[in-house]
Write a new protein. Structure first.
Ligand SMILES: Cc1cc2nc3c(=O)[nH]c(=O)nc-3n(C[C@H](O)[C@H](O)[C@H](O)COP(=O)(O)OP(=O)(O)OC[C@H]3O[C@@H](n4cnc5c(N)ncnc54)[C@H](O)[C@@H]3O)c2cc1C
Length: 430
């Protein structure tokens, strides 16, 4: 059966859903395309890929100013999602406290400059005194001498299971045609090189004018058949939820971005403390994640393989040790649950957003690690690219896939196989 769509989106994670919703709403508003159909294809169910494992944190402060700007816009859009998607989002406006090392006389140049940059970007982010941090956090949070604290009052936290339902509501309200359990397996291309049809595992042939790749770490395998390289790999990360007494938690408390112990903590399901570690930032580590290429085994499907979900005893103990430094009550709490998950990463750890220069009608929407927070604004960016809008597309200027050209990739691979990979460099990193 052949069917014709204005736009097909591959991938029903938060980014694919946002892209489909925003494109469909934009088309509805334009006189020539009001009835144009948008179809979202998801090989499992909505929100079952990486979007099944996020921590629901929306923080705007970011050392990359363009990312901070996007996160600020996204935060405002989350707050008024009914205006953008026709459905409201529920969240906890808890704010975040960042904890960093006080370098004493040498000052906190990096953090001071982040504070300045954020103020220039319009993101509220300022240093607060230890006593103000103490007042904002529950008594069971340990604060130490030699720390400095920054407050980001605008940070939000979401319940990821509520987010999944919100994605379904957004898709339905905007009449996106959703096909779950439908795997894209191949493409047909027209004379101009554009993708004219998408073929599915069930033997369907779906024609499209525009195609959006929001398949996260599955993207490289899907487009390999067309000879397109999509430089995405994955980096493992572990999550633990500690059960605490609900007598100890009187009310919600701010997200804790602990840059001393390198861990994020948040209140989870009202009486658990949820923790995970951030992405590794060193280029060397990123290059290694690509070189080891976990996606080579069975593609990104290994992410959802049940044998790959559990945490080992040692990993839990490591997290217990980290958590115990920050929380006095961890000794007497219980390991509630945990899982292994993955950040999707690109060579420079930044997103891939916008048209692919090699295929006229292909647009990418890939997150690079921490993308739940950008969901609504990424949808608007993709809608601009598909419908010829300009307001949001310009915000993606630095994130085109064309930046990963041959020269870039050659330099990148040198970090794995070339001059950086010496015993000396190895010793320096120990
Ligand atoms: C532990 C952890 C905590 C995190 N916490 C946060 C956080 O607090 N805040 C934040 O902003 N971000 C966070 N993130 C990042 C966030 O989870 C991801 O950036 C985001 O979920 C990526 O969404 P996506 O739509 O790009 O990918 P996915 O959710 O992976 O969606 C891709 C979809 O494509 C589908 N697909 C694949 N192949 C095909 C095919 N051939 N045909 C059809 N469909 C296909 C897959 O089944 C999948 O559903 C966290 C990540 C981790 C691992």
């Amino acid at each position: 059966m052949t069917q014709n769509f204005h736009t097909i989106v591959i991938g029903g994670g938060c980014l694919g859903c946002a892209s489909a919703i925003s494109v469909r709403r934009r088309l509805q508003r334009l006189p020539d395309t009001a009835g144009a159909k948008v179809c979202l294809l998801e090989k499992r169910v909505i929100g079952s890929g990486l979007s099944a494992r996020h921590s629901g944190i929306v923080r705007a402060a970011n050392a990359v100013p363009e990312a901070a700007r996007l996160a600020k816009i996204a935060t405002e859009q989350w707050r008024e999602l009914d205006k953008l998607w026709g459905v409201p989002a529920s969240f906890d406006a808890c704010g975040a406290i960042w904890i960093a090392k006080d370098n004493g006389q040498t000052g906190n140049a990096k953090w001071d400059s982040l504070e300045r940059q954020m103020q220039e970007t319009g993101v509220e982010f300022q240093q607060i005194s230890a006593s103000n941090a103490r007042a904002a956090l529950p008594g069971f949070v340990n604060l130490y001498d030699g720390e400095v604290y920054y407050l980001e009052p605008g940070a939000l936290q979401f319940d990821p299971s509520v987010v999944r339902n919100l994605l379904y509501r957004g898709l339905d309200t905007n009449q996106v045609e959703v096909r779950e359990k439908t795997e894209v397996t191949a493409f047909e291309r027209g004379k101009d090189g554009a993708i004219s049809a998408v073929l599915t595992e069930d033997g369907e042939r779906l024609e499209c004018q525009h195609l959006i790749n929001a398949a996260g770490p599955w993207g490289p395998a899907i487009f390999a058949g067309l000879g397109l390289s999509i430089p995405v790999s994955v980096e493992p990360v572990h999550v633990v939820n500690w059960l605490t007494s609900n007598r100890e938690i009187k009310e919600t408390f701010p997200i804790i971005a602990d840059y001393i112990n390198l861990a994020y903590f948040r209140l989870w399901r009202d009486n658990e403390i949820h923790m995970h570690q951030p992405r590794k930032r060193a280029i060397r580590e990123t290059a290694r994640a690509f070189a080891e290429n976990p996606l080579a085994i069975i593609g990104a499907d290994f992410i959802s393989d049940p044998t790959n979900q559990g945490l080992g005893y040692t990993q839990i103990k490591v997290y217990e040790e980290i958590a115990r430094r920050r929380f006095k009550n961890i000794d007497k709490t219980v390991y509630g649950s945990g899982y292994r998950s993955y950040f999707d990463i690109t060579p420079d750890l930044k997103f891939i957003l916008g048209p692919d220069h090699r295929v006229p009608n292909l647009v990418h929407c890939l997150g690079a690690g921490q993308a739940f927070k950008y969901t609504p604004v990424f949808g608007e960016i993709i809608a601009d690219f598909v419908t010829g809008g300009t307001e949001y597309a310009k915000l993606a200027a630095d994130f085109s896939i064309s930046r990963f050209d041959e020269q870039y990739m050659a330099n990148f691979w040198e970090r794995v196989a070339g001059r950086d990979n010496t015993l000396q460099a190895e010793a320096a990193s120990l």
